[in-house]
Ligand binder design. Structure first.
Ligand SMILES: Cc1cc2nc3c(=O)[nH]c(=O)nc-3n(C[C@H](O)[C@H](O)[C@H](O)COP(=O)(O)OP(=O)(O)OC[C@H]3O[C@@H](n4cnc5c(N)ncnc54)[C@H](O)[C@@H]3O)c2cc1C
Length: 386
């Protein structure tokens, strides 16, 4: 395997790095304190990301996206995540499952999302169905040419900014190995559709300014033309994208961890106690060595997994390994960064406390660490168990 990045990839990394430093990082502290991104700032970031050619970099070229391979996408994610999600979310990566759009959905949803004219949100999780996504209770019942949706969702990121939600609802049930299973359908539901209410969810300690919402459906009627993919095949449209998303989360974790290490190195060199830089004491320098080693391992695993995805040989378990390992490394590195900063690491005047708070969500969303371990173990044992 050739570990050398192409010249194009090197240039891309440099361009995103300077975009983050110039357009995003200067706003991070204020956004975190206000727990909000103003519409003007959101529009400004979106406009600059479009002008720089970063917007929708995850989407194929044939629909106007960046057309990048997964390895290049992971490199961009690594750089973007050196600032809070609250800001880099506006360098939008539309849900890849919108590639399942057909007929008028292409002009109504897919292309506007790629062009920065519309924003989507992904509405799967419910109060009673988190890790066990197949247990969702939201139902969509066919009535003539329409589906009528009833139920609720929570933890739906960015729904306050979204023009439409990709809503997962049960449309049927079937028997599988003697157990009743839900047939799930993905539906495109526009903001303002009668019967759908959106409400801000509880405050989250991670990524202040990046909010989750609750969605309520009360006889919400959408035409059957709003089915994304096929009726009853919601998991088919979602799964490929969710698995790739885990590798991108891993890349986000590597970027955040690297930022924590860079800050810690500088602090360890500058901060003096007992007449010397604290980095000269092994109690601190060995922490730095462990942090750097763990980050390097997480980065190698993540980039290798992205490369495998490009080769078409990545398995679900491998995506799970990258997400599991990188998010757990980030947790350890962020915690050690606080330790190296001492009391200042917990004060809201510096970025370390933010990185520490923001790191916590990464072991939970896009499948918890326990669920990743389950996926990995199932794949390892599958050939051996009968
Ligand atoms: C900030 C934020 C943003 C989010 N954004 C979105 C979004 O945009 N769209 C969306 O659809 N969802 C979103 N989510 C939901 C997210 O994907 C879920 O929170 C996650 O899948 C875990 O579900 P849960 O929180 O209900 O935890 P639970 O599933 O209730 O799990 C609780 C604990 O039990 C453990 N556990 C559960 N089952 C098992 C098992 N079989 N074996 C071992 N341990 C187990 C879990 O690992 C966890 O530690 C978001 C969540 C947050 C917090």
């Amino acid at each position: 395997m050739n570990f050398q990045l192409t010249q194009e990839q090197e240039m891309l990394v440099e361009a995103v790095r300077s975009f983050v430093a110039k357009e995003l990082l200067p706003h991070e502290e204020a956004v975190d304190r206000a727990d909000a991104v103003s519409p003007e700032l959101a529009a400004q970031i979106r406009g600059k990301a479009i002008a720089a050619g970063f917007y929708a970099f995850n989407m194929p070229e044939e629909v106007g996206g960046g057309g990048l391979d997964y390895l290049s996408q992971a490199l961009i994610e690594r750089e973007l995540s050196k600032v809070s999600w609250a800001l880099h979310v506006f360098v939008a990566r539309p849900s890849k499952i919108l590639m399942a759009c057909k007929d008028e959905q292409i002009n109504d949803y897919l292309l506007p999302c790629v062009q920065g004219e519309k924003i989507d949100c992904f509405a799967l999780t419910e109060p009673g169905a988190g890790s066990d996504a197949n247990a969702i209770k939201t139902r969509a019942v066919r009535q003539g040419d329409d589906f009528v949706i009833n139920g609720s969702k929570h933890f739906i990121s960015h729904a306050g900014h979204a023009d439409f939600a990709i809503v997962f609802a049960v449309t049927d049930t079937y028997e599988h190995n003697g157990r009743k299973r839900n047939a799930v359908t993905a539906l495109l539901v526009d903001r303002g559709t009668p019967g759908m209410t959106i409400r801000r969810g509880p405050k989250c300690v991670s990524n202040r300014g990046y909010h989750t919402y609750e969605l309520f459906f009360d006889d919400c009627r959408v035409p059957a033309s709003k089915v994304l993919g096929e009726v009853g095949k919601g998991w088919e449209v979602a799964n490929a994208w969710l698995t790739a998303g885990r590798v991108m989360v891993a890349a986000n974790c590597v970027g955040q961890a690297q930022r924590a290490l860079d800050l810690s190195l500088q602090w360890a060199a500058d901060r003096k106690q007992f007449g010397q830089a604290i980095g000269s004491y092994q109690g601190v320098s060995f922490k730095l060595a462990d942090m750097a080693t763990q980050i390097r391992a997480a980065e190698m695993l993540t980039l290798h997994t992205a490369w495998k995805m490009d080769q078409g040989s990545m398995t679900d378990g491998e995506a799970g390994m990258a997400k599991l390992f990188a998010s757990e490394v980030l947790g350890k590195v962020a915690d050690e960064a606080v330790q190296i900063f001492g009391g200042m690491g917990l004060m809201d005047e510096g970025p370390v406390e933010r990185i520490w708070r923001n790191a916590r969500i990464e072991r939970i969303w896009e499948g918890t660490s326990e669920i990743q371990r389950h996926i990995i173990a199932r794949e390892l044992l599958r050939p051996l168990l009968r």
